[in-house]
Design a protein around this ligand. Sequence first.
Ligand SMILES: Cc1cc2nc3c(=O)[nH]c(=O)nc-3n(C[C@H](O)[C@H](O)[C@H](O)COP(=O)(O)OP(=O)(O)OC[C@H]3O[C@@H](n4cnc5c(N)ncnc54)[C@H](O)[C@@H]3O)c2cc1C
Length: 592
Amino acid sequence: MQVHKYDVVIVGAGGAGMRAAIESGQRARTAVLTKLYPTRSHTGAAQGGMCAALANVEEDNWEWHTFDTVKGGDYLVDQDAAEVMAKEAIDAVLDLEKMGLPFNRTPEGRIDQRRFGGHTRDHGKAPVRRSCYAADRTGHMILQTLYQNCVKHNVEFFNEYYVLDMLTVDEEFTVDGVTRIRKRVAGVVSYDLATGELHVFQAKSVVFATGGVGKVYKTTSNAHTLTGDGMGIAFRRGIPLEDMEFFQFHPTGLAGLGILLSEAARGEGAILRNSEGERFMERYAPTIKDLAPRDIVARSMANEVREGRGAGPNKDYVLLDLTHLEPAHIDAKLPDITEFARTYLGVEPYTEPVPVFPTAHYAMGGIPTNIKAEVLQHNDTVVPGLYAAGEVACVSVHGSNRLGTNSLLDINVFGKRAGIAAAEYAVTAEFVEIPDNPLVETERLLDTMRSSEGGERVAQIRQELQDIMDANVQVFRTEQTLKEALEVIDKLEERYTRVTVQDKGKRFNLDLLEAVELGFLLDMAKVMTAAALHRQESRGGHFREDYPERDDENFMTHSMAYKDPSATETSGVRLETKPVVFTRYQPMERKY
Ligand SMILES: Cc1cc2nc3c(=O)[nH]c(=O)nc-3n(C[C@H](O)[C@H](O)[C@H](O)COP(=O)(O)OP(=O)(O)OC[C@H]3O[C@@H](n4cnc5c(N)ncnc54)[C@H](O)[C@@H]3O)c2cc1C
């Protein structure tokens, strides 16, 4: 066993992890552990933009942005966090500009801005230009810029190191004269892909920035690597997961494939049509139409298909029409995504509408944090030394539905906050002693899979999991579909204990790691489904056909899912609640 010692260990080298590393690296001895080479992280696939009320092209301000974020999230947003994000957005964009990011420019040389769903002028009056962008490769530019700046600041990277476990100790603490127990972080355990060796990283602070969990679904915009590892590790170690029932389906995935066509297309003027050529969003969101938030557009599309107005031979998709836009405009603003339509569907967007259907896209839920990016063990109990930021975290700025371009913003604002807070904590804190036998859990996990002769295959179980999630935990849900899904997941979990890995070697054993990742996917699918079953209302991205209304009286609360084997009714997931933070906005009916 090799042991390393750092003040701060950051797990994940996407946008959130590297933004944190730039801050932490300048203040404390920092290591970044990442299962992917940093510039392969999913942030690099982000297309459309990152929003900030710069008011470069039209009037705007951070308060409108906060309001849009709160309303977009169907009032489940913690309003203190949304305020922080909207205010700090401006510096977040300017920081990137100073680091060298090549944003698109206006003719006057300012950072250009475009429209995106749910971002409006003066509390919903009309769409506003708030998204800063670099063609339709904004995430790519952010990731490259952050990586270069990490290199500049001598951040140490451990590439292709898979973190598989977190080490914690229990400690007593006293509030209001009552003594309670909380966790404190001591480090992480990671697996070096090249050698198959396990390494312990002892750290005063650990930042989780491991991204999302889209691979629980079959039809998804997410990379193969988004398997919810960070959420899974935290959950297994007794940290709750917040608001996991809220998963975003992005309206415009390429039909049948799920590959994303950015909302920037609609921001630049593209229109959704049904088989009759009707611009159907006019019926669902009369004011902002195709630029309504994603939950509303995705449901409207699914509804058009259900009611028989889908296009194509099987009437199972709708059409994204860009044919009225100038080809030169398309080439300048949307080069990559129009190329995707040509390559993967053989459709020419200049002259033909593109078949699209909702695709699983983004986890609104995750590891609960406060606005300092500190992880919460219970509603207000912080785990000293533990931080989370980015898609793995739930701070919660997205509530029950994220607005487009708010995630690239979230990773920059809260990535930076996490990096600063983790380093500042590490400067004064002492190392926590590594528990005895730190590898015991990880070795047990790996040994079972290496030695199992049970004959179950990873690919088969994963496919069955994705099939049931696509069928039953989708845009529309009911108690029946969710209960069925839980039963299937339970059976898959049981089969997972007999999973057999064919590669028994030590070097570059991706076969083994895929099996480990499948374990996280199973855990997260279970949490998402159990939380969806528990929430008997419809809000944002979570639509229960058996409870079609929002129910503020009973469900204006975050859900907190804990691992608890005694909760047998819900497959070992215990659900509690946490109050939503309100500052200036009272819930209203959500109309666009
Ligand atoms: C196709 C697509 C387009 C998008 N477009 C936009 C957009 O235009 N605007 C917007 O705001 N949002 C967009 N999003 C969402 C946004 O890109 C993501 O939510 C965000 O980039 C996530 O960043 P992150 O740093 O949290 O995670 P990621 O960038 O996914 O990085 C995760 C990191 O964690 C590491 N990791 C994971 N597990 C482990 C482990 N076990 N051990 C070690 N390391 C691990 C990985 O190696 C990786 O470095 C888009 C998403 C997709 C999929």
